[in-house]
Design a protein around this ligand. Structure first.
Ligand code: AMP
Ligand code: GLY
Length: 428
């Protein structure tokens, strides 16, 4: 079978690398991919939202399975387009992808299904949102644009002033365009954040190991929000009992509620959770693998991913054997361009990739790179996702940073404390 992966980041490189290991898979294509994908698989110069060209490519190259990385093509209906042409695709339908595409849809579904989440109100109009904020007690809230806003439409506010500013940016200035037609204002939750991804065919749910992302740019979780500066798994903050509780109180009711809403969910369901004093509560759902969570989780997965994804697409996930995991934890550290998450320059040649590749138990996934005149150069804010296994989280961390020391380009930087959150727990 040939497999097509749609996307261009570290997540897609990890998917390509892992799927390539399957004995059922002959060729792996990545559209459009990056320099790393080009080494482990074959890049195809087609954008993730160019459905007609992706469909044509899949037909012409005997693609037996397409796997979608990013949310935008899913929310735009890539799964429906492929299914209409009898092509197998891993990822939810357009209707099911609304779970990520609309925060209002997600929150309403969670409320109906009685899933623990922050209390919230929805507004369509700036003045009503302002009145609501002025009339209530001055407590910390989170203000969210309803639609996709490349991770920038969420404002965690300390006080009323910040919340008023956020609603003005979303609904007054329309900084996020139509994504800001509706606003969610919700209670701010406190605790540690975890990412739990699960694969589901709409009936059977197979959770992956919980991971922890580091969203803020700088050490100690300070600075602006990013796409994720690193991750590790498993996350000791989630106990076995917590995991059961999340399955029972979150995953199962959400998968059932989606079925009842006639939007059966098939694909990767990613619950962003806050571990609060009252137990785990849902912050958001994503409908695709997390990045960089995907890199850490796939590093530990021993089972054949292509088989699992195919079983999901064919609705027979109940028949696969339980997933096998490497007992060693993994840590992924993102190396970024100078200036990220703000404006940054591109095109710097990266040195030391071959030396880094020699460090045992390390895989350097590429996120924002391309091959130019035989050299790997930077093309994105997040450039590399250096991922390592180790006997403990600390040794996995050390190994990842040993590889990072080999790699250089002008302005390269990374957080130095990825996975330190785990050290508070004895098992780490
Ligand atoms: P979202 O896209 O909804 O996950 O929001 C992005 C980030 O904002 C999350 O990863 C959290 O760090 C933060 N966040 C979202 N909702 C809340 C909440 N209710 N309380 C505290 N932090 C939140
Ligand atoms: N790392 C968070 C995300 O992929 O949304």
């Amino acid at each position: 079978m040939n497999v097509l992966i749609v996307g261009a980041g570290g997540r897609e490189h990890a998917l390509a690398w892992k799927i390539r290991q399957s004995s059922h898979v002959e060729r792996v294509f990545v559209a459009p991919g990056n320099a790393g994908c080009g080494l482990d698989a074959e890049n195809v110069d087609i954008a993730p939202t160019d459905f007609p060209r992706l469909l044509k490519f899949a037909h012409e190259n005997q693609v037996g399975l397409t796997v979608v990385g990013p949310e935008t093509p899913l929310v735009q209906g890539i799964a429906d387009a492929f299914q209409a042409e009898k092509l197998r695709i891993f990822g939810p339908s357009k209707l099911a992808a609304e779970l990520e595409g609309s925060k209002v849809f997600c929150k309403n579904l969670l409320r109906q299904a009685d899933v623990p989440t922050a209390d919230y109100q929805v507004f369509r109009d700036l003045q009503r949102a302002q009145t609501y904020l002025r009339d209530r007690e001055d407590v910390p809230v989170v203000v969210k644009a309803d639609g996709l806003a490349a991770g920038k439409g969420v404002f965690v506010c300390k006080n009323r002033g910040e919340a008023l500013d956020a609603v003005t940016r979303i609904a007054g200035d329309r900084e996020f365009g139509d994504a800001g037609k509706q606003i969610v204002i919700e209670e701010r939750l406190d605790g540690q954040e975890v990412s739990l991804m699960a694969i589901t065919d709409g009936r059977t749910i197979v959770p992956l190991t919980p991971a922890q992302d580091h969203k803020q740019a700088f050490d100690g979780d300070t600075g602006p929000n990013t796409g994720g500066m690193g991750a590790y798994c498993p996350a000791p903050v989630v106990s076995a009992a917590d995991l059961r509780r999340i399955e029972e109180q979150v995953l199962v009711p959400v998968v059932h509620a989606m079925k009842r809403a006639r939007r059966p969910f098939r694909g990767l369901l990613f619950a962003g959770l806050m571990m609060t004093n009252q137990g785990p509560k849902v912050l958001e759902f994503n409908v695709r693998f997390g990045d960089p969570e995907c890199e850490t989780v796939l590093m530990r997965l021993k089972s054949d991913l292509a088989e699992v994804l195919l079983a999901t697409v064919e609705g027979r996930l109940d028949q696969i054997s339980p997933l096998e995991w490497d007992p060693r934890p993994s840590v992924c550290v993102v190396m970024a361009s100078e200036g990220y998450p703000g404006p940054f320059k591109k095109g710097f040649p990266i040195r030391g990739l071959d030396e880094a590749a020699k460090i045992p138990d390390v895989k350097v996934f590429h996120a924002g790179t391309s091959m130019q005149e035989g050299r790997v150069v930077t093309t994105g804010g997040r450039v590399l996702a250096v991922t390592s296994l180790g006997a403990t989280i600390s040794s996995a961390k050390l190994q990842a940073y040993t590889a990072i020391k080999q790699i250089r380009w002008e302005g390269a930087w990374c957080r130095k404390d990825i996975s330190d959150k785990a050290l508070h727990y004895a098992s780490a």
